[in-house]
Design a protein around this ligand. Structure first.
Ligand code: PLP
Length: 420
């Protein structure tokens, strides 16, 4: 989906209307005009996810990565049941980070052997559920190991485990760092040998390792360097493991562009690097390992659009405000309040009139309906003149949208979600 010019520079991503489609000047999603989708949804605001774009994205990743690499979907990016079911038919496994996500993943029919359960603070009760279900538990601490072993003894079922490692390095360029230095995630690599020895004395079955050190990365070189360092580290730790490494989860962290300044991630170099690693370190030192890449945002983020209707148009001391019926209670990330150092507008458009109007565009602020200045969807956005009743589309909304937003804040209704 990314165009590369002669200099090998990836061009700005075709997101928004260029990615989704336009018919008669109106935005389409999954080939359906936005206005008609709003009628189908029974009103605004709502999220629409395009299943063809999700499938195309999975195909693109598969084409770029070596065939031996398994692709896993991180459910927390978008757990809508229909989206989850759609992805469950396209990927090799599901990554869950709570017992609730685990149950949703099991509901899709994906075999428990293909579900991995990560995340800090797993309680004895949750681990018991995981053991009963037969999913792979990615251990984040010594406490979790003790709880897991106990659950296995009580249930008479052998628990399956991988050790999540906090590497000694951070991944450059990650929007969110989850590895390197002190972390609440995983076990520090220097503590791993002792814990592996301990694991060997329990009834827990050791299957391998998991490293997930960062998210939202657009720099292929950083991802390559991290994958290389990760494979080297895990090959080293494999020498301390009580059994051969069969599961080798190298994380992911592939990012998507959220503004015109962001360049799309180049998958090609990542695939080449992985192929090289499989042919050398993995083949020589981890011969039984099946490598896994786990992706959330990259698979679903661009497939989703948040649609909200203008309810008021007002002017205050020279600034035009479009007040919409949605806001940060549904799409927190677009307002810059979900872990962004610098607030930048998500791409957005007037859905009914994607190109400039007859009188050109005007510069407006698009704000949500919550009574807080944080509810800012677009600052100084250039749009055709919009009136109450018009639909605004906020793009790149398929990941970390509804379930990563404070839906109860201010007591407005929850949005619908459609998979089209
Ligand atoms: C959140 C998370 C992911 C998914 O991250 P994305 O940036 O959405 O790809 C993958 N693995 C783990 C362990 C996570 O916590």
């Amino acid at each position: 989906m990314s165009a590369v010019d002669e200099l090998g520079v990836t061009a700005a991503a075709p997101y928004g209307p260029a990615l989704h489609g336009v018919a008669g000047g109106e935005l389409t999603i999954g080939g359906i005009p936005a206005g008609l989708l709003a009628e189908r949804a029974g009103g605004t605001p709502f999220f629409a996810y395009d299943r063809a774009l999700i499938a195309a994205r999975v195909a693109e990743v598969r084409a770029a990565l070596p065939g031996a690499v398994e692709l896993s979907y991180a459910v927390k990016a978008n757990p809508m049941p229909a989206v989850l079911h759609c992805l469950s038919t396209l990927v090799d496994g599901l990554d869950v980070a709570s017992a609730g996500e685990m149950l949703a993943a099991l509901d899709t029919g994906v075999p428990p052997a293909r579900i991995a359960f990560a995340g800090p603070g797993k309680t004895a009760a949750e681990l018991r559920q995981a053991v009963a279900a037969g999913v792979l538990v990615e251990l984040e601490s010594a406490t979790e190991l003790a709880r897991l072993a106990k659950a296995g003894e009580e249930l008479g079922v052998r628990p399956r485990a991988a050790l999540r490692i906090n590497p000694p390095f951070a991944v450059r360029g990650s929007g969110m760092k989850m590895g390197g230095g002190p972390q609440q995630f995983g076990v520090d690599s220097e503590q791993a040998p002792a814990l592996l020895a301990e694991l060997g004395c329990t009834g827990v079955e050791f299957e391998g390792f998991h490293v997930f050190a960062g998210s939202q990365n657009l720099d292929a070189d950083s991802i390559r360097a991290a994958q290389r360092a990760t494979v080297e580290l895990l090959a080293e730790l494999a020498g301390h493991a009580p059994a051969p490494v069969r599961y080798l989860n190298l994380g992911g962290g592939f990012g998507i562009p959220y503004s015109a300044r962001d360049r799309p991630l180049a998958l090609g170099p990542i695939g080449e690097n992985l192929a090289e690693l499989l042919d050398t370190v993995v083949r020589d030192r981890l011969p039984l390992a099946r490598p896994v890449i786990e992706l959330g945002r990259y698979l679903v983020g661009e497939a989703g659009v948040y649609l909200t209707r203008v309810v008021d148009r007002k002017e205050s001391r020279g600034t035009v405000y479009l007040v919409v019926d949605g806001g940060l209670h549904h799409q927190l990330a677009a307002t810059g309040n979900l872990g962004r150092a610098l607030r930048r507008n998500y791409p957005l458009a007037l859905a009914g009139q994607v190109d400039a109007g007859p009188d050109g565009d005007e510069v407006v602020d698009v704000v949500g309906c919550l009574c807080t200045p944080l509810d800012l969807l677009g600052k100084a956005v250039s749009l055709p003149r919009a009136e109450p009743g018009d639909l605004i589309a906020v793009f790149q909304a398929g990941a970390y949208g509804l379930t990563a937003s404070p839906v109860a804040f201010l007591g407005h209704p929850a949005p619908r979600e459609l998979l089209v």
